[in-house]
Design a protein around this ligand. Structure first.
Ligand SMILES: Cc1cc2nc3c(=O)[nH]c(=O)nc-3n(C[C@H](O)[C@H](O)[C@H](O)COP(=O)(O)OP(=O)(O)OC[C@H]3O[C@@H](n4cnc5c(N)ncnc54)[C@H](O)[C@@H]3O)c2cc1C
Ligand code: SF4
Length: 482
């Protein structure tokens, strides 16, 4: 089976001919759109990785589902080592692209659905697991990109799905037919949606009896009629549309988030993997979230590597690299970044085999990992801003740098350490700006807070997994307390 190259992937996505609303216009030919192209390049990187002579082995895995080598971004983890390799691969991709490369959400959804459907079938006599295996074999063989769609709009957060003013505020089964279901609703913030071939929708929270219509998990092709896309804005995104690439910050890659509306979309039963089994909705949410919390222990660390590298470079260019407080702050950045990585590796190394046969991360450590991610990148960004200096927020444009009148002034007054080209200093500052306050901050900061659930969700999981009763019993036993 041929593993796609980045170029082949880009061709396959262009062939889907998806359309989206972008800044007030209905846009086709998405690969040519300035806001979309960098995000597609980032996904393409995950394909080229599998063909890289040095990194390739990290990206390839042997799948028992199709008895062949697959791209690890579609792999069902067969061991704790697989989980560790996943995190290493994600760090590698983050370091090289300095952005969200989007392909992990579908991978995390697949592993969660694989184990949940197995257990659901055992209890309810359903046949979701075999359906999912058939579906996922097809995904692996086609080396496809799958969007993991969990987050519903949720309306009034204080109300359950059936109590909302509009039942579509949680994606639901609206109509049932002999051969399938019709779904209606939306998924917000969808990472890489328009760069995906397929969508896996999942319930957004643990559903209760009476909420069966909202306990739906199913696969939908991205070019299915009735699915509509509205492109999300990122800070300073229109810089990507300007002629001068220098001001973009990340000249090649970028992320993508899309509001996705499902307007009476038909799904045949072969593509339905949960349909009303509310007692398994919680497990699916928890497992998907935990895999994705592990993922951040790789990707955000990689982007952190890029931020640390850029910060060390700007310190050199500004002539302050030798100052002890600067060295100390950079060490602090490394310490925070490697602490996140340690959690990503640890929750993987302590992963366990599920009854379905695939491996799941250690839930406690995956949640500790993500809780650190809600804080540490913000501290890294603070330290980078400190070291970079105020120019980070006030630098003149690339157009002015090239202007015959303004340019010479900029070159004269932005000169710093001897031998440093002003244009190189500008490049480094723009990358830092991109990550701490520009388009890249959506992936590096806002997503670190909310992606895979906000901090409270991790605290709840940590409290549940920590075995506090056991710890108290140990102390009682030590102190001989009855
Ligand atoms: C860049 C980015 C990419 C993302 N990518 C994806 C993706 O690919 N797929 C996907 O499915 N999702 C994705 N998400 C969505 C992400 O999982 C959600 O943003 C997250 O779960 C928080 O949900 P919310 O945004 O609706 O915020 P809310 O749920 O509104 O949370 C906001 C605050 O309100 C609190 N809160 C919420 N409900 C209650 C309540 N009932 N009682 C008390 N407090 C409450 C929360 O703890 C939090 O502090 C992405 C998000 C971002 C920012
Ligand atoms: S946020 Fe990280 S883990 Fe999630 S899709 Fe982007 S790169 Fe992958």
């Amino acid at each position: 089976m041929a593993l796609k190259t980045g170029k082949e992937y880009l061709k396959s996505i262009a062939e889907l001919d998806l359309q989206a609303h972008i800044m007030g216009q209905k846009v086709g030919d998405l690969p040519r759109h300035g806001l979309v192209a960098p995000s597609q390049e980032a996904v393409a990187f995950t394909f080229d990785g599998a063909h890289d002579p040095e990194a390739g082995s990290m990206f390839r895995a042997l799948s028992p589902l199709c008895n062949d080598e697959v791209n690890r971004f579609t792999h069902l983890h067969q061991s704790a080592e697989d989980l560790v390799k996943k995190v290493m691969m994600q760090r590698y991709c983050g370091t090289k692209t300095a952005c969200c490369f989007q392909r992990c959400v579908g991978l995390d959804a697949a592993n969660a659905i694989f184990s949940t459907t197995f257990e659901c079938d055992a209890k309810h006599g359903t046949s979701y697991h075999q359906r999912f295996k058939d579906y996922w074999r097809w995904v692996q063989q086609g080396d496809l990109v799958v969007d993991g769609a969990m987050t519903d709009p949720k309306g009034d957060r204080g109300k359950r799905p059936q109590d909302q003013a509009d039942p579509d505020l949680f994606l639901r089964v609206k109509e049932r037919r002999d051969n399938g279901v019709v779904i209606s609703g939306a998924k917000l913030h969808q990472t890489g949606m328009l760069n995906s071939h397929e969508i896996l929708v999942m319930p957004t929270l643990t559903m209760r009896p009476g909420e069966e219509a909202w306990a739906i998990c199913a696969a939908v092709p991205t070019n299915q009629p009735g699915v509509r896309y509205i492109y999300g804005r990122q800070a300073s995104d229109t810089r990507k549309l300007e002629t001068h690439r220098l001001d973009v910050g990340n000249p090649v890659y970028g992320g993508q988030e899309v509001m996705t509306v499902f307007e009476d979309v038909f799904v045949p039963y072969e593509r339905v993997f949960m349909d009303g089994e509310v007692d398994f909705s919680g497990a699916l949410v928890e497992r998907f979230a935990s895999y994705h919390r592990q993922s951040y222990g790789g990707c955000k660390v990689g982007v952190g590597d890029a931020l640390i590298g850029a910060t060390a470079l700007i310190a050199q260019m500004n002539g302050v690299a030798g100052a002890s407080h600067i060295r100390d702050k950079i060490v602090e950045m490394i310490h925070l970044n490697e602490t996140i990585y340690s959690c990503g590796i640890a929750c993987s190394a302590l992963g366990e085999r599920m009854p379905a046969g695939n491996f799941q991360v250690n839930l406690l450590l995956a949640n500790v990992c993500k809780l650190n991610v809600t804080r540490f990148p913000y501290e890294l960004a603070r330290l980078a801003t400190d070291i970079a200096g105020g120019l980070l927020g006030t630098m003149p444009s690339a157009a002015d740098l090239n202007d015959p009148v303004a340019g010479p002034y900029i070159k004269k007054y932005l000169a710093a350490a001897p031998g440093v080209e002003v244009v190189d200093r500008v490049k480094v500052l723009r990358l830092i700006e991109n990550l701490v306050a520009g388009a890249g901050a959506v992936g590096y900061l806002i997503e670190s807070m909310h992606g895979a659930g906000p901090p409270t969700a991790q605290r709840i999981m940590i409290a549940r997994q920590a075995n506090l009763e056991g710890k108290m019993a140990q102390v009682k036993s030590l102190l001989d307390i009855a």
